[in-house]
Ligand binder design. Structure first.
Ligand code: GDP
Ligand code: IMO
Ligand code: MG
Length: 425
């Protein structure tokens, strides 16, 4: 599989980091194509935990070239901190390559993110407050500062002046805040520029060349399908395209170069932040999913809302991403429940929806139509072959693939690198 996209099928935190790490063993290049340090990807190797927010999960393998593509937004301070932390833990991050066209998250983006959320009050999105949305706003309004601008002090200063004039006016006049100081930002970012310049290159060309040379290239999505700016539960979404199309625009290759699209799905579902969530559980079962599944955000530490697997949303994710297969994660968490449920449709005002509804309203007022599955009530964390799973667990997996219309090719039974059962049949 020379070019493979690995992406989230839900509202993020499906276990993309772990799956990307797994496939990175045989990969040559791993590319992040959208988002920024709103992502938190956890990888556990021999009990040691790595949390990555910006650097692709492939970085743990010395043979992989990690790439941050043009579709991302980069907070250079976070990037440098992450590189330093990896170095401190014996991982060499200097193979990293960064797109010259990626956009830069500036201090005013972080500030605006926090202020806008405060102003939204009850309607707030529950963003990670990392400046992601405001940075993409500037990208699309064509006033953004790109990584390459940092290396020409004159151009950088000019762009910063134009931006800051506008942002300071907003901060002072609209939001009643103190203005930001241009010299402080300018000096701070030139130091960052000096640190990262050697890693910056034409990543589109690098990826194209790798594919032409027959190398294995992975595209690691952040967030998930239901957080996609076009296909997600707008406006409770992130400001980029985590879906498969984003892998091409966000890295500068054509769709014909993608061979495989792996959708990562948790065996149940979770969401951080606000927005509709048909299968959310407000009861003791939801509580237990949070505790047993360790469902607390990697970036913000927020408790994730949890619920039963949503088969309607999964079928939708299979469609909008053109999934070739599914990696099902955290099946072990369901071992603790006697009866399991999967939503196969939504019921709203007497109407049954088997496809993900076009009108967002339905997601708020619907009742999920559940089918019940018997649990297996045995610990499966030590299982290493799919055929050794309890029959009830196998039936659950097979029902997931039936509902999604896409084969489940791997099943996660624990956080560690080894705890994934590959399934070929
Ligand atoms: P990502 O954002 O999609 O990379 O996912 P996160 O890393 O934010 O959240 C997934 C969490 O589940 C992490 O703590 C992983 O270590 C953990 N995890 C991944 N796969 C499994 C699994 O199969 N079983 C269990 N118990 N934990 C898993
Ligand atoms: P990974 O890659 C889960 C959510 C935020 C908020 C919304 C918008 O770890 O799966 P943003 O800061 O992006 O403007 O916030 O999106 N969100 C995530 N939820 N996992 C993530 O990333 C997320 N990245 C953003 O909680 O609801
Ligand atoms: Mg995460």
């Amino acid at each position: 599989m020379p070019a493979t996209v690995i992406l989230g099928t839900q509202w993020g935190d499906e276990g993309k980091g772990k799956i990307t790490d797994l496939y990175s063993k045989t990969a040559d290049v791993v590319v992040r194509y959208q988002g920024g340090n709103n992502a938190g990807h956890t990888i556990v190797v021999d009990g040691e935990r790595f949390a990555l927010s910006l650097i692709p999960s492939g970085v743990l393998y010395p043979t992989v070239t990690p790439v941050i593509g043009n579709g991302t937004v980069i907070d250079p301070a976070v990037l440098i901190e992450e590189m330093d932390e990896l170095s401190g833990r014996g991982i060499d991050p200097t193979r990293l390559r960064i797109s010259a066209n990626a956009h830069v998250i500036m201090p005013y983006h972080r500030k605006m993110d926090a202020i806008l959320e405060r102003f939204l009050g009850q309607q707030q999105i529950g963003t990670t407050k990392r400046g992601i949305g405001p940075a993409y706003v500037d990208k699309y309004s064509r006033s953004g500062i790109r990584i390459q601008d940092l290396f020409d002090p004159k151009i950088f200063r000019e762009k910063l002046e134009v931006n800051l004039k506008d942002k300071n006016r907003q901060l002072q006049k609209v939001y009643n805040q103190l203005p930001l100081d241009i010299d402080e930002i300018y000096d701070e970012y030139l130091v960052y520029a000096d640190r990262i310049q050697r890693y910056v290159t034409d990543t589109s060309l690098l990826i194209w060349q790798a594919i032409r040379d027959g190398q294995d290239v992975l595209f690691e999505g952040a967030q998930g399908t239901l957080l996609d700016i076009d296909h997600g539960t707008y406006p409770f979404v992130t400001s980029s395209n985590p879906t498969a199309g984003g892998a091409t625009t966000g890295s500068g290759i054509g769709p014909r170069d993608i061979d495989t699209v792996i959708g990562v799905a948790k065996a149940y579902i979770s969401r951080v932040g606000t927005g509709p969530f048909p299968t959310e559980l407000h009861d003791e079962i939801g509580e237990r999913l949070v505790e047993i599944g360790g469902e607390y955000g990697v970036v913000t530490g927020r408790r994730r809302r949890c619920g039963w697997l949503d088969g309607v949303a999964l079928k939708y994710a299979a469609r909008v991403n053109g999934l070739s297969e599914i990696a099902l994660t955290k099946l072990d968490v369901l071992s603790h429940f006697d009866t399991l449920k999967i939503a196969i449709a939504y019921d709203s005002l007497g109407e049954r929806y088997e496809e993900f509804p076009r009108q967002q309203r339905v997601l708020y007022d619907c009742a999920p139509v559940y089918e019940e599955h018997e649990g297996w009530s045995t610990d499966i964390t030590a299982v290493r072959e799919y055929d050794d799973l309890p029959k009830a667990a196998q039936r659950y997996v097979e029902r997931v693939e039936e509902l999604a219309g896409v084969p489940v090719t791997s099943v996660g039974v624990g956080p560690d690198r080894e705890a994934t059962l590959m399934r070929t049949g």
